[in-house]
Design a protein around this ligand. Structure first.
Ligand SMILES: [Zn+2]
Length: 146
């Protein structure tokens, strides 16, 4: 009997470290196929399709896989790139990894706790005074409105 799919995330509740899945198969049953592809296989949702691209709601964006708070809506800005963009992350919550796939030198960002893929971070584009754009897949996060 296949186990029923369910989301790990409960509104306002996050998983303890010792409840995190240990294998990709465990993640696969906890996430939807679309979530699994982006979060665990470093996929990218198509631009302008994510639910938070133009969201202005105040709140905190949590990791959709483990519930860790990652980004405040205070740092969200309009980049017109087709994905939610933040010029800062909550300190210590996002880790950066060099990504040389697709023949480009980019910096991947992942959840610091569960290692799920969030998107990429870019510097020097001049969008905001912090000059940083965390380009995040909507499906990697979930907004908890303030
Ligand atoms: Zn996470």
């Amino acid at each position: 009997m296949p186990r029923p799919r369910r989301s790990t995330y409960r509104w306002g509740v996050s998983l303890d470290d010792n409840e995190l899945p240990r294998t990709e198969d465990e993640w696969r049953v906890r996430l939807t196929p679309e979530e699994f592809h982006v979060l665990r296989e470093a996929g990218t949702e198509r631009p302008w399709t994510g639910e938070y691209v133009d969201t202005k709601t105040q709140g905190v964006y949590h990791c959709r896989a483990c519930g860790l708070e990652l980004f405040s809506s205070d740092t969200k800005f309009d980049s017109h790139c087709g994905w939610p963009s933040f010029d800062d992350a909550i300190p210590g919550r996002v880790k950066e990894i060099e990504d040389r796939s697709l023949g480009m030198a980019r910096t991947e960002i992942r959840c610091a706790r569960c290692d799920s893929h969030l998107g990429h971070v870019f510097h020097g584009e001049g969008f905001t005074p912090k000059d940083t754009r965390h380009c995040v897949n909507s499906i990697s996060v979930r907004l908890e409105p303030r």
